[in-house]
Design a protein around this ligand. Structure first.
Ligand code: PMP
Ligand code: GLU
Length: 397
C-alpha cells in the first residue's frame, strides 16, 4: 500500500486551483459555468514578448541556464527595480524562479526551521500557509477585516511578534482583497520590523502594475529594513504570462544565495526561452500596460456597482489587483429549496449550482465571512455573472 508522507497529507490542495478545476469539469459536462475563480488575466501575452521567445529559440537558447537566471536577465531585473521601485539591487541579490510561487517557496525553505513562527496578515493568498506548513513553520495569522480595508497596522504586527518569529509574508496589492498599502502604512510596518532584528519580511508585489490608486510602494524602499526584506515579483499578472512560469526575488545576498542553492536541487531554474522573453518584457516601459489597466478599471467599476446594488453584500473598493472580497455573512442562516447556507463555503457551492458562477470561498484566504471574485474577464461575461449572482442571492430567505 502506498503511504504518502505526513508532510503531504497535512497539505491542503490550493482552493483557487481546485475551484478552477471543478468549473472546467462542469463545463466539460456541458454546463454553462462562468468561472471567476482563478486569478488569471484573460489577455494574451503581448506580441513583442512572444517574438523575443521565437528569436531565443532560433538563437538556440535551449540549454540549462545559470540556476538563478541569465546574467543579463538579472541585470534587467535590477534596472526594473531601480526604475519602477527606487530600490537598488545588484545581480547577486536576484534569483529568477519558475513563478513567484516558487520564489516564495524558496525563501521559506531557506529561512524557516521547524517551530519557527511566520506571521501572515489575513486575508492572505492561499499558498502562503501551505508553503509554511511544508517547511514545518507555524503560520500565525494577524487579521484585518473589511472595516480596516483588510490592512494590518504596525501595532498589530508588533503584538504578534515573539522570540520565535522568523518571517512575515504579505502581498500589496493584496490577493484576495485588492487592498494597496500606502507609503505611510508600509512605513508603519517597516518601523516595527526595524526593531526586531531577527525578523525577515517577504513583500509579494506580483500585482504591482494593477494598481488604480497611485504609485506602487515597496517595503524594501525603507533603508531601516532594506537588508531584511525580500521583494517578490514576476511577469504572470501584468504581462499576461501565467503559463510561461517566471517570478523573481530581490533579496539580501545570503538569502539570494540560499534560494539559488534550493533551486539548484529542486528545479535548476526556469525555462531558458521564458527568461529571454522576460528580458524583453522588463525592458519595456510599463506605460505600455495602460490599456490593460484601463480595461481592469472599467471591469472593477462594473463589478463594484453590481455588488453595491446587491442587498446583504458588503464590499470595499479595492485599490489594486483584480479581485473583490465582499463580506457575505448576512446570508448565513438563510436558505432556498431546503439548502441552508451556513457559511461562505456553502454560499460558494450554492452560487456554483444555482447561478453557475464559480467563485472561491473566503475560508481559503483566512476570512470565512467573505467570498473572492476574480474579475479578470470581459465586461459582457462579468455583467452576466453579476446578474446571475444577484438573482440567486435574491432567492435566499
Ligand atoms: N503571489 C500572489 C499574491 C498571487 O496571487 C500569485 C498568483 N498566482 C502568485 C504569487 C504566484 O504567481 P506566479 O507563480 O504565477 O508567478
Ligand atoms: N494566484 C492566482 C489565484 O489566486 C492563480 C492561482 C494560483 O496560483 O493559486 O487565483
Amino acid at each position: 500500500m502506498i503511504q504518502l508522507s505526513d508532510r503531504l497529507l497535512a497539505m491542503e490542495e490550493s482552493a483557487t486551483i481546485a475551484m478552477s478545476r471543478k468549473s472546467r469539469e462542469l463545463k466539460a459536462e456541458g454546463k454553462d459555468i462562468i468561472s471567476l475563480s482563478l486569478g488569471e488575466p484573460d489577455f494574451h501575452t503581448p506580441d513583442f514578448i512572444k517574438q523575443a521567445a521565437v528569436e531565443a529559440m532560433e538563437q538556440n537558447y535551449t540549454m540549462y541556464t545559470p540556476v538563478p537566471g541569465y546574467d543579463d536577465l538579472r541585470e534587467a531585473i535590477c534596472e526594473k527595480f531601480e526604475r519602477d521601485n527606487g530600490i537598488h539591487y545588484t545581480k547577486d541579490q536576484i534569483v529568477v524562479s519558475t513563478g513567484a510561487k516558487q520564489s516564495i517557496a524558496n525563501v521559506v525553505m531557506s529561512l524557516v526551521n521547524p517551530g519557527d513562527e511566520v506571521i501572515i496578515p489575513g486575508p492572505y493568498w492561499v499558498s502562503y500557509i501551505e508553503i509554511v506548513k511544508v517547511a514545518e513553520g507555524i503560520p500565525v495569522i494577524v487579521n484585518a477585516d473589511i472595516s480596516a480595508d483588510f490592512k494590518v497596522t504596525g501595532k498589530q504586527l508588533e503584538d504578534a511578534i515573539t522570540a520565535k518569529t522568523k518571517l512575515i509574508i504579505f502581498s500589496t496589492p493584496c490577493n484576495p482583497t485588492g487592498s494597496v498599502y500606502s507609503k505611510d502604512e508600509l512605513q508603519g510596518l517597516a518601523e516595527v520590523i526595524a526593531r526586531h532584528k531577527n525578523v525577515v519580511a517577504l513583500c509579494d508585489e506580483i500585482y504591482e502594475h494593477i494598481n488604480f490608486v497611485g504609485k506602487h510602494e515597496s517595503l524594501a524602499q525603507f533603508p531601516e529594513v532594506y537588508d531584511r526584506v525580500v521583494t517578490v515579483n514576476g511577469v504572470s499578472k501584468a504581462w499576461a504570462m501565467t503559463g510561461w512560469r517566471l517570478g523573481y526575488i530581490g533579496a539580501p545576498k545570503e538569502i539570494a544565495a540560499a534560494c539559488s542553492k534550493v533551486q539548484g536541487q529542486f528545479t535548476s531554474g526556469t525555462s531558458s526561452i521564458t527568461q529571454r522573453a522576460t528580458i524583453a518584457a522588463l525592458k519595456k516601459d510599463p506605460a505600455f500596460l495602460k490599456d490593460m489597466l484601463a480595461a481592469f478599471k472599467n471591469r472593477r467599476k462594473l463589478v463594484l456597482e453590481a455588488l453595491q446594488n446587491m442587498e446583504g453584500v458588503h464590499v470595499n473598493e479595492p485599490g489594486g489587483a483584480f479581485y473583490f472580497f465582499p463580506d457575505v455573512s448576512s446570508f448565513f442562516g438563510k436558505s432556498y429549496n431546503g439548502t441552508v447556507i451556513h457559511n461562505a463555503n456553502d454560499l460558494t457551492l450554492y452560487l456554483l449550482e444555482e447561478a453557475l458562477v464559480a467563485l472561491v470561498t473566503g475560508d481559503a484566504f483566512g476570512d470565512p465571512k467573505c467570498i473572492r471574485i476574480s474579475y479578470a474577464t470581459d465586461e459582457a461575461t462579468l455583467t452576466k455573472a453579476m446578474d446571475r449572482i444577484a438573482a440567486a442571492l435574491n432567492k435566499l430567505n
